[in-house]
Design a protein around this ligand. Structure first.
Ligand code: AMP
Ligand code: ZN
Length: 114
């Protein structure tokens, strides 16, 4: 999708520290990390938010979680633990309108979510 930064990264048309990719998903370091490990896991298909996930997209969704798990192992935080976050829509302060999952870890995270 034109002018979508995460589509551009997925297409190799914008820079990113890519950590993993396959046909369906790309993962890269967050440009403004909130924790020692902060990666974004992004479907290559443009879906603006959780609200745009359709019945046909269940494979994409499971791929996000399996990629997060794989990255957690590769980045050495599977045992210490991590948080997976998807912000969807204005009240969640979603800033980039292309579905993405945050993988956060590498230090104890605040217990509260909201
Ligand atoms: P959200 O608030 O869930 O939409 O999070 C968007 C995240 O994308 C933020 O943590 C930003 O730091 C991150 N971000 C925005 N642009 C880039 C970029 N070009 N490369 C890597 N991370 C980015
Ligand atoms: Zn996009």
């Amino acid at each position: 999708m034109e002018d979508c930064i995460f589509c551009k990264i997925a297409a190799g048309q914008a820079p990113a520290e890519v950590l993993y990719q396959d046909d369906d998903v790309i993962a890269f370091a967050d440009i403004s990390p909130m924790a020692p490990v902060h990666a974004l896991i992004v479907p290559k298909k443009h879906l603006a938010s959780v609200e745009e996930i359709g019945a046909d997209d269940s494979e994409v969704v499971s791929c996000l979680i399996m990629t997060a798990k794989r990255l957690a192992r590769e980045l050495g935080i599977s045992n210490s633990g991590y948080r997976l976050v998807i912000n969807s829509g204005p009240d969640a302060t979603q800033a980039v309108p292309h579905l993405h999952m945050h993988l956060l870890g590498g230090r104890p995270l605040e217990p509260k979510l909201g």
